[in-house]
Design a protein around this ligand. Structure first.
Ligand code: MOS
Length: 752
């Protein structure tokens, strides 16, 4: 798109920068959604279905409604109209559970909301919700874990529109597989995983006449506005969504869930602000999860490891009504060079809540399967797994037939191998030892999409020498406040501490989702163009204001750098700071607006744009006590220019920690009797904790991607989770000789 700019070493871009919002967070001043309080605020607690399949026959609300402090018990008969919504153009009107709450009496999953208690206090609302008596017509739920694809047409509707179930195809994969000298045919299973951000999903809804304000824990306030405007039959100008600080979401907060319209509907009926905060248990039921996947991978290869055929056929589970697409085949067509390939998918309906994006949706389970298969092939043909990948490195994206904008995967392997000491690996099972422990060494590659969403931003320069940058994107905790400050500081010369960043509010210029690891790349051109426009206005003011020292000049003779306006020929020292100029002109501020187009979903791209990387993992194994630990990880990431290496490293470390959970701990189990997620709390849903986190070494390659934006920055929020589970299971095999193909790896698996 644009030429990558030379960024001087003194620039805030590329400089490790502590979070500008850090002091607000550690001092407790940062207001998360459920921290906002309003006069007359009421509290809502949903009544959750305790069956997963059936029908509500009777709701007895009498006892609940009589409790002191209870304002209302809402249900299908009295909640008022809530309309259905439809997706619009691009990222608009998207949600994973489309059915408006209470639309019918059918219960399709455990925990579905069937009534809502509203009271003066949270405790009263909870007691009232518990006091609602429900009679069901109950049927056996289907939460079967073995997945057979439902009988569906070749093209199916998904959250993102129609998708061909034949995802990608080239050559003749069947024939090439049939005649391949070396064949691998294995199925890899990833379990349901539940997004568990620290901050619970929450909504506070306030009506003023026909305008609705929502404080919503959201990774996409602009999309949330479009969904809620539709659900309440309002022009979108009448809906404002605010999400100032987010205690993460890992994807589950990308699109609004049903608690949001419920809070809004209750507030409408009662004429008071209503707050609804989910319980941790509800987080496992009604706000999404990573679907279970079952992926058959068939590799055909020559005896020296050259791929001749790759087939990736995957099935995932979905809710009864919804169609979140778990795009496991996203990276399969381009990651390796192979002339014959096919990727297909199928889906299986279950009595569970809607699935959703979870950090690295699709690609994370998909890359796990493909990288696991590559590691097995390497063992089969007795070639080092790094060498096998180098042998199969593609020159172009063979799926799209396009060049990569920037791909440095081989350099990742080289640096990672060197830092890890990979050349010392001896391939025999259990052949490496240290301090009485058996060591297992494994590796895997990784990749994740890179693109931009459309974005708008504004930059203000003010007469006190400060600046403000505004964009209706969000900071889910990854460092977006800081990124925007860095970008604005670089362009305006205003130091970071004098830059105000405003985001998380639909009243600001429309910004991108905090999703797909695309927010940073998306805002760069919008902020730059907003800053350029603000500076252009300054130069006009400089040449047209009688009090300006440049009044006689042509604006083409002037330049702006480091916060000063000066005559190019005279150099920067002769100029004036912009604050002086604004004061002389009696102006409080000057504002520039910027917008940039998206590239995500571009039907005619010129380049294949992705980030790449690899993980090298060491595990220790004590067979005497069946103790397995991940003891060391080296990760190398090629994600273009890194805006903030401090926050960037933090993203990758966090993803590696989460990847240890994916490999060894995390899975949500459904009770076959009542369909409930059984381990729906943070004690029983096991995640990686500090004690499980090994030393993690993160390295970034620094190859700015000139196709993505002016600074060459792609995204880093998700890629660190791709591949890590395959590297761990491969290390587990190296240590124990046990090949685990269903995550997470359990102690029982290793005792076999
Ligand atoms: Mo990410 S799963 O796109 O929030």
């Amino acid at each position: 798109m644009s030429t990558t700019q030379e960024i001087p070493a003194t620039s805030p871009i590329g400089h490790s920068t502590p979070r500008v919002d850090g002091p607000l967070k550690v001092s407790g001043k940062a207001q998360y959604t459920s921290d906002f309080h309003f006069p007359g605020l009421l509290y809502a607690v949903p009544v959750e279905a305790t069956i997963a399949n059936g029908r509500v026959i009777k709701l007895d609300t009498a006892a609940a409604a009589k409790m002191p402090g209870v304002r209302a018990i809402f249900h299908r008969e009295n909640i008022g109209k809530i309309f259905r919504s439809v997706p619009g153009q691009g990222i608009e009107g998207i949600c994973d559970e489309r059915r408006p709450p209470f639309e019918d009496d059918v219960v399709r999953y455990y925990g579905q909301y069937i009534a809502l208690a509203v009271a003066d206090t949270f405790e009263t609302a909870k007691a009232a919700a518990d006091a609602v008596r429900v009679t069901y017509d109950k049927e056996k739920p289907n939460v079967e874990t073995h997945l057979e694809a439902d009988d569906e047409p070749d093209q199916v509707l998904t959250t993102f529109g129609m998708r061909h179930r034949l995802d990608s195809q080239r050559g003749d994969p069947d024939a090439a597989f049939a005649t391949a000298p070396v064949k691998l045919d294995e199925t890899y299973v990833t379990p349901t995983e539940t997004n568990n951000p620290l901050e619970l999903h929450a909504t506070t809804a306030i009506w003023e006449g026909s305008t609705l304000t929502l404080y919503e824990s959201s990774q996409g306030v602009v999309n949330c506005r479009s969904v809620l405007a539709q659900m309440f039959g309002l022009p979108k100008e009448n809906v404002r969504v605010i999400s100032k600080f987010i205690g993460s979401g890992f994807g589950s907060k990308l699109w609004p869930w049903t608690q949001c319209p419920l809070a809004a509907a209750a507030a409408r009926q009662l004429g008071k602000p209503v707050k609804l905060v989910l319980s941790r248990k509800m987080m496992f039921q009604s706000v999404g999860h990573r679907p279970r996947t079952q992926q058959r991978v068939r590799l055909g290869a020559t005896p020296d490891g050259k791929l001749v055929s790759l087939q990736h056929d995957y099935v995932y589970d979905r809710s009864m009504l919804d169609a979140h697409h778990e795009d496991c085949g996203e990276a399969t067509p381009f990651q390796y060079s192979v002339p014959n390939l096919r990727v297909t998918f199928g889906r299986a309906k279950r009595n569970i809540g809607a699935g959703c994006d979870m950090r690295g949706p699709g690609a994370v389970p998909g890359v796990y399967a493909i990288e696991s298969a590559m590691n097995e092939l390497a063992d089969e043909v007795k070639i080092d797994p790094v060498k096998l990948r180098i042998m199969n490195e593609p020159k172009i994206d063979e799926g799209l037939g396009l060049p990569f904008s920037s791909r440095h995967l081989l350099q990742c392997f080289e640096l990672g191998g060197e830092k890890f000491g990979w050349s010392k690996r001896t391939p025999d099972i259990g052949s490496m030892k240290r301090d009485g422990l058996i060591l297992g060494w494994g590796m895997a590659g990784c990749t994740w999409i890179a693109a931009r969403f459309p974005a708008e931003a504004s930059v203000q320069l003010r007469d006190d020498g400060t600046a403000r940058v505004a964009c209706a994107t969000q900071d889910i905790g990854t460092g977006t406040y800081t990124n925007l400050a860095q970008l604005a500081s670089y362009k305006t010369g205003v130091p970071l501490e004098k830059i105000e960043v405003a985001l998380g509010d639909t009243s600001l210029p429309e910004g991108p989702l905090s999703g797909g690891s695309l927010a940073t790349a998306s805002v760069v051109p919008a902020v730059f163009s907003a800053a350029d426009n603000a500076i252009a206005s300054l130069l006009t003011i400089a040449t047209t204001t009688p009090e300006s020292p440049f009044q006689s000049r042509n604006s083409a003779d002037l330049a702006f750098e480091g916060g000063r306006i000066f005559v190019k020929a005279d150099g920067r020292s002769g100029g004036v700071p912009f604050a002086d100029l604004l004061k002389r002109a009696n102006m409080g501020l000057v504002t520039g607006s910027g917008r940039s187009e998206g590239t995500f979903g571009n039907p005619k791209p010129e380049f294949s744009t992705h980030s790449f990387g690899c993980h090298f993992v060491e595990v220790t194994w004590q067979p005497e006590i069946a103790r397995l630990r991940v003891s060391r990880v080296v990760t190398v990431i090629d994600a273009g220019r890194i805006l903030n290496p401090l926050a960037g490293r933090n993203q990758i470390e966090g993803a590696v920690v989460m990847g240890i959970g994916m490999a060894l701990f995390e899975h949500t189990s459904y009770d076959p009797q009542n369909g409930a997620p059984i381990n729906s709390n943070l004690a029983d849903y096991v995640m990686t904790v500090n004690a499980d986190a090994p030393p993690i070494e993160v390295h970034f390659l620094d190859f700015p991607d000139k196709e993505i934006n002016e600074v060459g920055a792609r995204g880093i929020g998700e890629i660190g989770l791709a591949g890590i589970a395959a590297a761990i299971t491969s290390a587990v095999h190296h240590a124990t000789g046990v090949r685990v193909r269903e995550l997470p790896v359990k102690i029982e698996d290793l005792l076999a």
